[in-house]
Design a protein around this ligand. Structure first.
Ligand SMILES: Cc1cc2nc3c(=O)[nH]c(=O)nc-3n(C[C@H](O)[C@H](O)[C@H](O)COP(=O)(O)OP(=O)(O)OC[C@H]3O[C@@H](n4cnc5c(N)ncnc54)[C@H](O)[C@@H]3O)c2cc1C
Length: 358
């Protein structure tokens, strides 16, 4: 036997991978691309047969991946209580940096009048393929059909387990997403891992969804206003699209009102959804939001109090990081939620790189 191929004398314990990323969605793929570009060895685990299933659905398959506004404006639009937590991530990875990153991966981009950015092709697949090509070129291993079943603390790091094998890792990034559209693979595993490792969870509920209601026949109004009125006061107001569906009301202005209500209005507090649109007005008393499984985003998840906003590292388990919708973070419609996924992922990887230099 060739001496250099003789592994009989080698240690049987495999060297831990510097970073195991759990979840091949927006946050996980962005993290893998950033890590690989910086020369940090990483491995990506994805539950489904292909990464990026939810990204392919975004903006009806067009992928509104960020918004061309300043980080200050983005944080103002996201609002309390989430924005202060996201400040370090979004300041370090503002929309301009995200757009530049995609352009450097060969994606031509297109700006709408309101600043929303899309791939010029308006095909979300172009973004997913750009990630795929970048990870292939840098030889980042991606395990597909590989749902992680547990993360265990071990000497010098972690053991990341699937049903069939386990891999040692120095650092772990949990990027398993929220709990909406579970067919895309985001089913709440990351929240369960976090809880089993001692983190608090905020209850998961629907964000950016429509309301069940009896409404006029199906119609779409571009220049409409939706507002939430409670205790005789206008609590929030959004302009934009309002759409009457067979089951109720949807559209960006309604989604943003629903997010505001889910974040700020105590459960059970009466409110009115007031809609004004060209040629009409409609008031809906205490309408019911559509279920979490149909929501654009999940409100709730891993408590912000248990994660350091300056690094995205857990305050409970050193070496464990979180990014994206698994966290109790969310934004309005218009590219904010993908921005949050990318920016938190980038900050986690930057923090791991910085900790290795110390
Ligand atoms: C219909 C729709 C349209 C949207 N449009 C937009 C838009 O235009 N702009 C915008 O900014 N946002 C949009 N969003 C929101 C945006 O898609 C999400 O906020 C974003 O994808 C969250 O990224 P993430 O990486 O945290 O989670 P995800 O993208 O959901 O990725 C999580 C990944 O983790 C994998 N995973 C889960 N558990 C495990 C496990 N145990 N082991 C291995 N892998 C696992 C999943 O299979 C999945 O691939 C939209 C969402 C929906 C549903």
């Amino acid at each position: 036997m060739d001496a250099k191929n003789d592994i009989r004398g080698a240690s049987s314990a495999p060297a831990p991978v510097p970073l195991a990323i759990i979840g091949g969605g927006a946050a996980g793929m962005f993290a893998a691309a950033v890590a690989a570009a910086a020369g940090l060895g990483c491995l990506l685990f994805e539950r489904k047969a292909r990464p990026g299933a939810k990204m392919l659905m975004t903006a009806n398959g067009r992928c509104n991946f960020t918004k061309d506004i300043s980080p200050e404006q983005m944080l103002a639009d996201i609002g309390d209580p989430v924005a202060p937590f996201l400040r370090p991530a979004i300041t370090a990875c503002p929309p301009a940096r995200i757009a530049g990153g995609f352009r450097s991966l060969g994606v031509r981009t297109k700006r709408m009048a309101d600043g929303r950015l899309f791939p010029a092709s308006e095909k979300a697949a172009d973004i997913v393929h750009a990630f795929g090509d970048s990870l292939r070129d840098r030889e980042v291993p991606i395990m597909v059909n590989a749902p992680v079943t547990g993360i265990h603390i071990s000497r010098g790091g972690f053991l990341v387990c699937t049903r069939h094998f386990s891999i040692p890792a120095r650092n772990v990034l949990v990027a398993t997403g929220g709990m909406s559209f579970p067919k895309t693979g985001s089913v709440g595993d990351g929240q369960n891992f976090a809880r089993s490792l001692g983190h608090r969870l905020e209850p998961c509920r629907a964000g950016l969804t429509g309301y069940d209601a009896r409404v006029p026949p199906p119609a779409r109004h571009e220049n409409a206003t939706a507002r939430i009125v409670a205790s005789g006061r206008t609590m929030c107001e959004y302009k934009g699209e309002v759409e009457f569906e067979r089951w109720g009301v949807s559209g960006a202005a309604v989604y943003n009102c629903q997010r505001w209500t889910a974040r700020h209005l105590p459960q059970g507090k009466p409110f009115t959804l007031e809609l004004s649109f060209p040629g009409g007005r409609l008031s809906l008393e205490n309408p019911h939001p559509r279920p979490l499984k149909e929501a654009i985003v999940t409100i709730g998840g891993v408590s912000r109090d248990d994660v350091d906003p300056a690094t995205m590292m857990s305050r409970v388990v050193p070496g464990l990081y979180f990014a994206g919708e698994v966290l109790d973070v969310d934004g309005p419609t218009g590219g904010y939620n993908l921005t949050i996924a990318f920016a938190t992922a980038r900050l986690a990887v930057a923090s791991i790189l910085a900790s290795r230099r110390r």
